[in-house]
Design a protein around this ligand. Structure first.
Ligand code: SF4
Length: 353
């Protein structure tokens, strides 16, 4: 590991000021950062430790009914916050579908948004990777790519975003609070991550000197609480990143028709992928396997294999149809489920893998 400077920030302003210096990276739980440093993918000049900053570890209900989650809130603490899980059950379910209990106890909300792809070529410094070394090429394109993207990829990078949490946040209209030494701004989570284009190393809208201080979920998204689920398909249920995942929420009118729908996809694109066309075609419909299958096809209308991964298109269509059926059956009484299983019956009951 390279030598680096360590700075324990005493305020957000100090952390932001340090982050404006080239070569600075934030240290929160470090669950992804330290791995990247150990394999020499990241060689920061200084680590800015924000674990002791006050007020970033709170979950607050604001006057407008939105929930504000500090960037240092641990994944497990958020998932098991009863008020939060009742209002946003699919978000809690997504949190508990990610990583292992030990990692969830450490990993933070802000760090989850900023985690890097798990493309194996990105972690192997002997491989060509445009994300790690701009202009070097991409060994994934002609390599092992069955887990790579089918939406939003470019000829410069076909990697996927690994988060479960961000998928549910995108579905339910979360926003990200960003602070610098002199400014504050709020961006939709759906716009926070960038597509790779010809610059795959530039992954988010964060500018030098900016850091995430909180994530917000709007009060209106709690309208989906009765019919909201997350579903993840992976190669090992115990612990693996998603091959494909989906978050869904349905809001029903009194006559039983669908008044509003939310769908976002994970494991298929370089960012959490909101499926707005599929949401729109559900509105006014009556829940049925046929309607949900049509929504699945709509959500994948623009999908293209980036390699040996054409199977992901039909798999994702099926996952969308399934998560919508799960959502229509109703959010289980006991939430969050541990963890979501694609093999469980569509019963609305607790799901245990
Ligand atoms: Fe690097 Fe992206 Fe290619 Fe993976 S897919 S090797 S992260 S450029």
């Amino acid at each position: 590991m390279n030598r680096f400077e360590y700075i324990r920030a005493e305020s957000v302003t100090e952390a932001a000021t340090e982050m404006a210096r080239p070569g600075s990276v934030l240290l929160a739980a470090g669950t992804n950062l330290l791995d990247l440093m150990k394999v020499d993918v990241l060689r920061p000049k200084r680590l800015i430790d924000i674990t002791h900053l006050p007020d970033l570890d709170r979950i607050e209900t604001m006057e407008d009914g939105s929930v504000r989650i500090g960037a240092m809130v641990r994944n497990s603490d958020l998932a098991f916050d009863e008020t939060f899980a009742a209002a946003f059950p699919a978000v809690a379910e997504a949190l508990l579908s990610g990583a292992s209990p030990q990692l969830r106890n450490a990993a933070t909300v802000g760090g989850n948004l900023l985690q890097r792809t798990r493309c194996r070529y990105f972690y192997d410094t002997a491989s060509a990777c445009n994300k790690r070394a701009p202009g070097a090429g991409c060994d994934a394109i002609d390599g092992e790519n069955r887990g790579h993207a089918i939406l939003g990829w470019s000829t410069h990078c076909i990697a996927t975003h690994p988060s479960d949490f961000c998928v549910a946040l995108a579905a339910f209209d979360a926003t990200v609070e960003i602070e610098s030494a002199n400014d504050w701004r709020c961006v939709p989570l759906a716009d926070f991550h960038r597509l790779p284009g010809d610059d795959p190393g530039n992954e988010t809208v964060l500018a030098p000197g900016e850091l995430i201080v909180a994530v917000r979920l709007p009060a209106k998204s709690a309208a989906f609480a009765g019919h909201a689920r997350y579903l993840k398909v992976r190669e090992r249920t115990s612990y693996a990143f998603a091959l494909v995942s989906a978050a869904a929420g349905l809001d029903f009118a009194d006559d039983g028709t669908i008044r509003a729908a939310r769908i976002a996809l994970g494991g298929v694109a370089p960012k959490p992928w909101r499926a707005e066309a599929a949401e729109a075609m559900l509105v006014g419909g009556v829940a049925s396997p046929e309607l949900f299958a049509e929504a699945g096809r709509s959500a994948l209308a623009d999908a293209e294999p980036s390699g040996d991964n054409a199977y992901k298109i039909e798999l994702t269509q099926r996952v969308v149809a399934r998560v919508l059926a799960n959502a229509a059956a109703g959010t289980p009484d006991t939430m969050p489920a541990l963890p979501a299983s694609p093999f469980a019956p569509v019963s609305g009951g607790p799901v245990h893998a």
